[in-house]
Design a binder for this molecule. Structure first.
Ligand SMILES: C[S@@+](CC[C@H](N)C(=O)[O-])C[C@H]1O[C@@H](n2cnc3c(N)ncnc32)[C@H](O)[C@@H]1O
Length: 278
């Protein structure tokens, strides 16, 4: 179900998806590493992590506890770390798309067919989900990795007419409140440095009567596989910035989203979640 119309990547926050935009952002990231704060959005002024979730000391403590719980014992990482990881991994992701279709294709299709209206794919990566949402939706994909977005552009015949790709931090979305009818996101909460902040942003930009559809992986319900995941968790995280034994529903419980229904498959590794915004 490919659309033959190519789509242009849309500049956001003054940073088009181009070599110039990438260089500009690399400079911003350097500041981030030096100051220990993170960019509030691509190309915007850095803010502290606390700014994302709270503005009082008490709320700060609660937010930190929620974030630490959501990180499942992994060391925190930063948006800059994620960008670096996916700079290295983008080509590999492109090469193993066939494997993705084999294992996740039918799960993506059955879940994201529920999307309607204006659809935001948060952390869209190669925009794989664009082919699984209904034809009459308007697809917009955001990701913090310009390398992933560039590869998504190369597969632009799989993108929707009228949609677009934007370089943006999921934890600080550059969209007004209630902008989208459906938020979709897949294989992403395991990678967000602050997943509760990203889920809160999804809630904010989703219309009050909209849906948030998540397709996430987590710790298997099959003992030996789960133990293997636990054993390799740190190595996997170092290489992929991915907490692969993290339980997605535990993270969502820390966020403002309300789960409407959820189901697991693929040996308990994949969880499909339908939620509503706060
Ligand atoms: C495992 S890939 C999944 C990509 C895609 N959603 C899919 O299902 O194929 C994780 C993606 O999350 C993106 N990501 C991680 N943290 C992000 C953030 N804070 N803002 C936007 N994208 C982020 C990465 O750049 C990467 O493309």
């Amino acid at each position: 179900m490919y659309c033959s119309t190519s789509i242009e990547a849309q500049p956001v926050g003054g940073h088009p998806i181009s070599a110039t935009g990438t260089e500009g952002f690399a400079r911003a990231n350097t500041d981030y590493l030096v100051t220990g704060s993170r960019p509030s959005a691509v190309g915007l002024e850095p803010t502290t992590m606390a700014d994302t979730t709270t503005d009082t000391a008490g709320d700060q403590s609660t937010a930190n506890e929620a974030r630490d719980s959501a990180l499942a014992g992994h060391a925190p990482h930063t948006v800059a770390d994620v960008r670096e990881t996916y700079r290295e991994q983008a080509a590999t992701f492109g090469r193993v798309q066939w494997l993705d279709h084999l294992f996740f294709g039918r799960h993506r299709r059955s879940h994201f067919q529920q999307a309607r209206g204006r659809v935001l794919d948060v952390a869209c990566g190669l925009a794989t989900n664009a082919r699984y949402v209904p034809d009459d939706t308007e697809y917009v994909g955001i990701d913090v990795s310009v390398d992933m977005l560039k590869r998504a552009e190369q597969h632009s015949d799989s993108l929707r007419l009228g949609g677009g790709l934007r370089e943006m931090d999921a934890q600080d979305l550059d969209f007004p409140d209630d902008s989208f009818d459906t938020i979709i996101s897949s294989l992403s909460t395991c990678t967000f440095p602050d997943p509760v902040a990203a889920l809160s942003e999804m809630s904010r930009v989703c219309a009050p009567d909209g849906d948030i559809l998540l397709l996430e992986h987590g710790r298997s319900s099959v003992g030996p596989i789960a133990r293997f995941q636990d054993w390799r968790a740190d190595a996997h995280f170092q290489k992929h910035s991915c907490r692969w034994n993290q339980e997605p529903l535990d993270i969502i419980a820390e966020s403002p989203l309300s789960v409407v229904d959820s189901s697991t498959s693929l040996l308990g590794i994949i969880t499909a979640i339908r939620a509503t915004p706060a």
